[in-house]
Design a protein. Sequence first.
Length: 274
Amino acid sequence: MPELPEVETVKNTLKNLITGKEIRDIDIFYSKMIRNATESEFKITFMGKTIKDIDRYGKYLIFLFDDIALISHLRMEGKYFIKDIDLPREKHEHVIFYFTDGTTLRYNDTRKFGTYDICEIKDIYTNSPISKLGYEPFEKEVTFNYLQNKLQKKSIAIKSSLLDQTILTGLGNIYVDEVLFLSKIHPETQSNKLTKRNIQDIIKYSREVLNKAIKLGGTTIRSYTSSLGVTGRFQNELLIHMRKDEACYTCGTTIDKIKVNGRGTYYCKECQKK
Ligand SMILES: [Zn+2]
């Protein structure tokens, strides 16, 4: 599943490759992924329009046109490909944008969980889906008071709270494991039982881990490979995630894998005591 750093990488790559291209036609093979328009409304909205820029918030990609935006969430397996017009459609290509220069942008999704929302540019941050998200960890609004206030209402495991995108947006399964390891917090700790130091560490390490992952182009592991020829390198930097039965870099203890609310979770029982 792509997380914030991987989506940032996709955004930067697409920005370089398709900004300025004009959409001549669109084929839709799975219209259910469009959440707030019919197939024909979708086509009418974007045909003849030029992509002015591409942005990102949390794990959403935002294609910007003159006054309208297309908000795309890749969910589990969504990927974009840029191909020549002559190449045949592959089975999992659900939407194809044809540009006037003879190239195409194809949305490929084996699981079909990805979504599209159309939104006026002025409403992007005040309308669903973006308005429902919490802040990204880098934002100045993310302070000790903000996070403590959110977490003190939660008796669920901190791992689950950090995956809840309405508290902080952008941390997924991989990066939450890394942040909790660096913060020395057991993933099952009740969110409202964290110390002041714990909360400060979560903020500090969320920023550190995400910034480093963005710099390295994200994490490319078997669950998500980028389609645009960009391979992330953060998988070489993982301290805890995917390291079951290996030795903890800090203390040498064998790393455990457990399930926390159904999500595979890696932790060191020595460094991250309950
Ligand atoms: Zn350890």
